[in-house]
Design a binder for this molecule. Structure first.
Ligand code: NAD
Ligand code: MG
Length: 390
């Protein structure tokens, strides 16, 4: 049967790779709707080639520009604007599957809207889970949504777990981390990292925010939190292993000593195709692993001294309440400031640490209350960034 898709964050790295997989299987997938933030030119190109029924831009001015452009080009794509439009398309009755690929907490409301409409949700937007954790997982259960992980590590664990999920036979989830571009850099060299260096990841081609998160190891911290919620395991059951080749995408260790790993070349089209077609399999376009030329697999423990963000994320998960929302908001602000040349690289961890220590992180019972904590944490982080200067 043909799946109708809404792709949230269609102009980004995950969005475009999803469209690449989809284009290989026109009989399996149809694109109902595409959404993005403000890059209307990139969206215009997608609309003309993919021909969805709807397109939405979070930014109203971008939506107006897109509408004009498409009208002049003779396209009949219906363009919507504003943040509610993303939720509307995520919950559209004709959408079977929603690919959640917005970056950051901006994805919270649209991703939740998809869950509340009981969709099959392909989750790349890890920040949604980090911010809303328990509330999100409860909504998945209550609304009968199907959640399929796209993040390569979580997709790997999903593939290595028994069909019914974590049971008493599972001892540990092992998240692999490439270690990022500065794995071997000294603490003093890390002080002078530039944005250009940080967004050049050795193995993966990703959006700027996640590339910086990979360089600080905050990405692995966010993924640690994501794993706890997705697989319903306590923090003590999740371990991070640095594996620079990114060939093993993560592992599950069992009580009898067995360790199952999922392997492949580092190409997000593999987990995207896996999630799209699950429980079937479809061609993804990814290059195959060539064991004859593979030159060894390395493993080491992460260094929390040089990369404090990973420890801060673990700590926030153990603290509970909305500590992980504070961690995420402070990190988003700090990364944006770093990319804009307003904060030094090590300042990212410092801002996150101070935000966690200064802000209360109560348990919240609704999403609006969590998003209010997110706003407070951003304000506090912005003040710290200003004070720290650069
Ligand atoms: P990206 O920066 O390349 O793309 C982000 C997308 O989100 C764009 O389409 C952008 O227009 C949209 N967007 C931004 N702000 C928005 C807003 N306010 N409202 C609506 N849309 C908005 O990011 P990416 O690398 O594709 O990452 C997307 C998500 O997937 C992130 O949460 C990231 O952590 C996760 N992820 C990415 C990769 C990867 O390889 N790129 C791997 C695993 C997980
Ligand atoms: Mg990942």
């Amino acid at each position: 049967m043909t799946q109708q898709l809404t792709i949230l964050g269609a102009t980004g790295s995950i969005g475009q790779q999803t469209l690449d997989v989809v284009a290989r299987h026109p009989d399996h997938y149809r694109v109902l709707a595409l959404t993005a933030g403000s890059q209307w030119q990139a969206m215009a190109r997608l609309c003309l080639s993919v021909k969805p029924r709807y397109a939405a831009m979070a930014d109203d001015a971008a939506a107006a520009a897109l509408r004009n452009h498409l009208r002049e080009a003779g396209s009949d794509v219906e363009v919507l604007g504003g943040p509610d439009a993303q939720c509307q398309l995520a919950a559209h009755p004709e959408a079977d599957t929603v690919v959640a690929a917005i970056v950051g907490a901006a994805g919270v409301r649209p991703t939740l809207a998809a869950v509340q409409a009981g969709k099959r949700v392909l989750l790349a937007n890890k920040e949604t889970l980090v911010v809303t954790g328990q509330l999100f997982m409860t909504a998945v259960r209550e609304h009968g949504a199907t959640l399929l992980p796209v993040d390569s590590e979580h997709n790997a664990i999903f593939q290595c777990l028994p069909l019914e999920g974590v049971n008493e036979g599972v001892e540990q989830l092992l998240l692999t981390a490439s270690g990022g571009p500065f794995r071997e850099w000294s603490a003093s060299a890390l002080q002078s990292v530039t944005p250009e260096q940080a967004i050049r990841h050795p193995n993966w081609d990703m959006g700027p925010k996640i590339s910086v998160d990979s360089a600080t190891l905050m990405n692995k911290g966010l993924e640690f939190i994501e794993a706890c919620w997705l697989f319903d395991v306590p923090p003590a059951m999740v371990e991070v292993v640095v594996h620079p080749q990114s060939v093993i995408h993560s592992m599950v260790a069992y009580r009898d000593g067995s360790v199952l790993a999922q392997m492949g070349t580092p190409d997000m089209r593999t987990p995207i195709a896996c999630a799209l077609s699950w429980p079937q399999r479809v061609e993804s376009g990814a290059r195959r692993l060539d064991f004859a030329t593979l030159r060894g697999l390395h493993f080491e423990a992460p260094d929390l001294q040089r990369f404090p963000c990973l420890g801060l994320a673990r700590q926030a998960m153990e603290t509970g309440g909305t500590a992980t929302a504070v961690l995420n908001a402070a990190n988003e602000e700090a990364v944006a400031a770093f990319l804009a040349g307003k904060l030094d690289f090590m300042g990212i961890a410092a801002v996150v640490e101070q935000s966690l220590s200064k802000l209360d992180a109560p348990v919240c019972h609704d999403v609006e209350a969590v998003l209010d904590i997110d706003r407070q944490a951003r304000e506090l982080a912005r003040r710290q960034i200003k004070e720290r200067g650069c």
